[in-house]
Design a protein around this ligand. Structure first.
Ligand code: AMP
Length: 413
């Protein structure tokens, strides 16, 4: 169905033959060289064909799918958006709209973010003021469509960003309803970290002979991220966290927990020891989530305790540390989480807290990333009680994890 192609990075932005106003916008944004996904994706998308880009966030994928549209966009005063971008989370929607504004030629192409949790009226006013690119989460976009406050009749360019994630969340019916209302002919682009069968089925149905550009996660992960783990008993995790902070004094740090309640617990405890701490999860009101993300982006918040709601797509350049206070059950999420650090050109540190029972989970992650994660200790600090392993041996720091059970539970982030 798709033509596969491994991405081969090519030369600088001038080789992409982009329009002079767009080159100026790139200059203003400080983008000098295309990232590998941009170098591979943009020339194909510029031909007008449908393209699938297999790339993670942090690789420059947003500009990869925005630039081909911005290059051909002309200020023609047509009503309604000419591009529609669907993204899974509110934070990502806002971020894509911001990137579009940053790269807009002559700053005239208007991108409007459309997401739940924000006042409908407010979005309507923004849409009525003029919208060239509608960036939205599927649910809210559909809302506007059914109320007749958004028209897709002039849309010629559709992007499904983080398609795998959107399907995971259950947006498939909404996405399909929206795609059916997007006119033909159009160009459809799909970005996804992984291409499991449901994503491929979606592509098969709504794209025309897409070219698949593969910058798979294993290749782009995390070369510049130092990954380590501690073996630690559940009830020692918090003390270990403080020790790590004392040792490293992170510039900015995300502490990932698996559940909202655990986020709140760690947040409350951490607030007593450190300043500039915030918590982030799906139960917080949207306005507060926006303020927290802004505070984190501005560097006013140093420690962000969070669920996977910030696991993907969120781009904050200054993050030096990602702590997996609880490791994710899904190895793919591990890669997304640690990708919050080590953004383009920067180095990062990812530390996982592994309880002695989570050996299998650690192994699964190591297989997934095809790399062994280094074990570390802080001298003089005991992270787990010495126990006798089932085979009678005592766990050592270099070989500490044992146990076969992976606890499964349902979770909402
Ligand atoms: P993304 O993967 O789209 O989330 O992008 C990650 C970060 O890289 C964002 O902050 C972008 O602004 C930045 N970025 C994207 N393309 C380039 C580039 N060619 N040069 C420098 N930074 C870039």
């Amino acid at each position: 169905m798709t033509t596969a192609m491994m991405a081969e990075p090519r030369g600088g932005f001038h080789e992409l033959a982009l329009s002079p106003p767009l080159m100026e916008a790139l200059e203003r944004a400080g983008y000098r060289e295309p990232t590998p996904i941009q170098a591979a994706f943009i020339p194909e998308a510029l031909t007008g064909r449908d393209v699938i880009g297999q790339a993670q966030t942090g690789t420059g994928k947003t500009a990869a799918f925005l630039l081909p549209f911005l290059n051909q966009w002309r200020d023609e005063n047509r009503p309604g958006p000419q591009a529609l971008i669907l993204a899974p989370t509110r934070e990502l929607v806002v971020q894509v709209a911001e990137e579009a504004a940053k790269l807009s030629p002559h700053s005239r192409c208007r991108a409007v973010p459309i997401y739940g949790g924000q006042r409908f009226r407010q979005q309507l006013t923004q849409l009525q003021r003029g919208c060239n690119i509608a960036v939205g989460s599927p649910g809210r976009v559909l809302d506007h469509l059914s109320r007749g406050t958004l028209s897709l009749q002039n849309v010629r360019y559709v992007v499904l960003d983080e398609a795998d994630r959107m399907l995971d969340i259950g947006f498939r019916p909404d996405i399909e309803k929206i795609l059916r209302r997007c006119p033909q002919p159009r160009q459809t682009l799909l970005l996804s970290a992984t291409l499991p069968p449901p994503v491929l089925r979606l592509a098969q149905r709504y794209m025309v002979e897409p070219l698949n550009i593969n910058l798979s996660p294993a290749k782009v992960t995390v070369e510049n991220i130092r990954q380590t783990y501690f073996t630690v008993d559940e009830d020692r995790k918090f003390d270990l966290l403080l020790k790590v902070f004392e040792r490293d004094e992170p510039r900015q740090c995300i502490i990932f927990c698996e559940r909202k309640r655990w986020v709140e617990d760690v947040y409350r405890m951490l607030r007593k020891h450190r300043q500039r701490v915030a918590a982030m999860h799906g139960d917080l009101p949207q306005s507060l989530r926006n303020r927290i993300m802004q505070g984190f982006r501005d560097g006013k918040i140093v420690y962000l305790v969070a669920t996977d709601v910030v696991g993907r797509g969120i781009d904050v350049k200054n993050i030096s540390h990602v702590i997996n206070y609880d490791i994710p059950i899904d190895p793919e999420n591990y890669v997304h989480r640690i990708g919050r650090t080590g953004r383009i050109g920067a180095d990062g540190i990812a530390i996982a807290f592994i309880t002695p029972e989570q050996g299998d989970q650690l192994t699964a992650i190591e297989h997934y990333i095809n790399k062994q994660i280094e074990c570390e200790e802080i001298s003089g600090f005991q992270t787990y009680r010495t126990r006798v392993r089932p085979d009678g041996d005592t766990p050592r720091a270099s070989q500490p994890v044992f146990g076969r059970s992976i606890k499964r539970y349902s979770k909402r982030v």
